[in-house]
Design a protein around this ligand. Structure first.
Ligand code: MN3
Length: 236
């Protein structure tokens, strides 16, 4: 079997990268296994059709989200003091994360957190807010339609890549906010209840530049029961 020069170089590069990820412990044991894992989708890839297409779900979950998880684990492995800390704690106090890995934790840890919440905020069939959540939305925004309009406007206003959020603030009141890149509401002490990914990778295959159509379609697959379940702990 012939090994091309390119393959040989690739193999060496992988070996070198692996070696740097495994600082020798006293007994030469490999570093502890990285703790963060890619959660499986709670539904089939095609379950959100026709609003979100299966190909986008495959790429978005299996490639984009998986990469955030892998790079977050690399960052945590490079800063041993972070091992075992919950992701929410890291993202809620980025100043406490060593500067050498702070940007990586912010970007890839944020990516992991945001996407985990995103998958768990959708389901086929969607629905409408009910109970305490519906009351809180009416109280904060006047009506569900007024909320949806304001949220959509915020989502369309995100310049470049980012997220639109429904959050519970430190006072427990509901609010709409946006974040750039993979920044999370946790960084400002807010509890995210619902997030919409408006990076182009979330919609470009099906909607191209029509972000407004994507936002409008997304309302059909929001799992309001899941959002409502986050409300009680947030307000407590
Ligand atoms: Mn995304």
């Amino acid at each position: 079997m012939q090994i091309t020069r390119r393959e040989a170089i690739g193999t060496l590069a992988v070996a070198a990268a692996t070696a740097t990820l495994r600082p020798a412990g006293a007994a030469g044991e490999p570093a502890a296994p990285a703790p963060f894992t890619l959660p499986p989708l709670p539904y089939a890839y095609e379950a959100l059709e026709p609003f979100i297409d299966a190909e986008t779900m495959h790429l978005h979950h299996d490639k984009h989200h998986a990469t955030y998880v892998a790079k977050l684990n690399e960052a945590v492995a490079a800063a041993p003091g972070l091992a075992g800390k919950p992701l929410e704690a890291l993202l809620g106090d980025l100043a406490a994360v060593p500067e050498s890995v702070r940007a990586a934790v912010r970007n890839h840890g944020g990516g992991h957190f945001n996407h985990s919440l995103f998958w768990a905020s959708m389901k086929p069939g969607g629905g409408k807010p009910a109970g305490a959540l519906a009351s809180a939305i009416d109280g904060a925004f006047g009506s569900h339609d007024a909320f949806a309009q304001a949220f959509g406007k915020a989502a369309l206003g995100v310049f470049g890549s980012g997220w639109a959020w429904l959050v519970a603030g430190t006072d427990g009141k509901l609010a709409i906010e946006t974040s750039p890149n993979q920044d999370t509401p946790l960084a400002s002490g807010h509890k995210p209840l619902l997030g919409l990914d408006v990076w182009e990778h979330a919609y470009y295959l099906k909607y191209q530049n029509r972000r407004a159509d994507y936002v409008q379609a997304w309302w059909n697959v929001v799992d309001w029961a899941a959002v409502g379940a986050r409300l009680a702990p947030a307000a407590a």
